[in-house]
Design a protein around this ligand. Structure first.
Ligand code: ADP
Ligand code: 5GP
Length: 213
């Protein structure tokens, strides 16, 4: 089966990073695409694990060199998916999970028709704002900017293939996993499908099978 890109988008605080983390703990067939960014690390974030933290100049150099599958600007900072990240996940035979905003998801959709796009919805505006505040990673001003952007991002949800409401975390992770399992069964992703069918069709005309018993 050919591995695919799984894009998770949500308004900031919607829970896409948490869902991605749980998915990685639960499954051995997925890898997390570590994005590059020019924003500064939050306390506890590690370079190479949470993000590749780059200077603006280095980020733009890599854009010019064609190293990004997609890239976008969010909150005044640059973010992007490095081709090399996805290639090394695919080389391990795993699906690549991308936690990216909507502009980047549109670029993926335009270039890679078989990517699977999931939009994670918050249960309500109140819950979204509360989760962003309890995370304690942004200033009040930045939280308000992210809530403004959330309204615009929600308008893009109908462009995605699936939506999952992140109310109960366990259920949301199960739903994302169910989508992955169904997508993996798509005929178009089964490289061995035609040989398999041919094998059975040939066997069906084999006299040893037709006349046994
Ligand atoms: P995003 O990556 O979309 O910005 P996060 O994954 O960082 O969002 O989640 C925002 C905050 O909400 C985090 O503190 C996280 O622990 C919490 N959170 C995420 N999903 C749930 C959930 N289903 N129930 C309760 N808290 C959640
Ligand atoms: P944060 O600063 O909260 O980690 O991320 C801000 C936003 O940037 C989130 O919506 C996150 O999904 C998005 N983001 C993270 N990495 C990438 C990326 O590689 N490309 C794009 N387009 N967006 C990203």
């Amino acid at each position: 089966m050919r591995p695919f890109l799984l894009v998770l988008s949500a308004p900031s605080g919607g829970g896409k990073s948490t869902i991605a983390r749980k998915l990685l703990q639960a499954r051995t067939d997925v890898g997390y695409s570590v994005s590059a960014t020019t924003r500064r690390p939050r306390p506890g974030e590690r370079d190479g694990t949470d993000y590749h933290f780059l200077t603006r100049a280095e980020f733009e150099r890599r854009v010019e060199a064609g190293e990004f599958l997609e890239h976008a600007t969010y909150g005044g900072h640059r973010y992007g998916t490095l081709r090399g990240e996805v290639e090394s996940i695919f080389a391990r035979g795993c699906h690549a999970v991308l936690d990216i905003e909507v502009e980047g998801a549109r670029q993926i959709r335009a270039h890679l028709a078989d990517a699977v796009l999931i939009f994670v919805l918050p249960p309500s505006a109140q819950v979204l704002a509360a989760r962003l505040r309890t995370r304690e990673t942004e200033s009040e001003e930045e939280i308000r900017n992210r809530l403004d952007r959330a309204a615009a991002e929600l308008a893009a949800a109908p462009e995605y293939d699936y939506t999952v409401v992140n109310d109960d975390l366990g259920l949301a992770v199960e739903q994302v996993a169910a989508i992955m399992d169904a997508e993996a069964r798509r005929v178009s992703r089964q490289a061995e499908f035609h040989d398999y069918i041919d094998g059975i069709r040939h066997a069906l005309v084999d006299p040893a099978i037709r006349h046994a018993g």
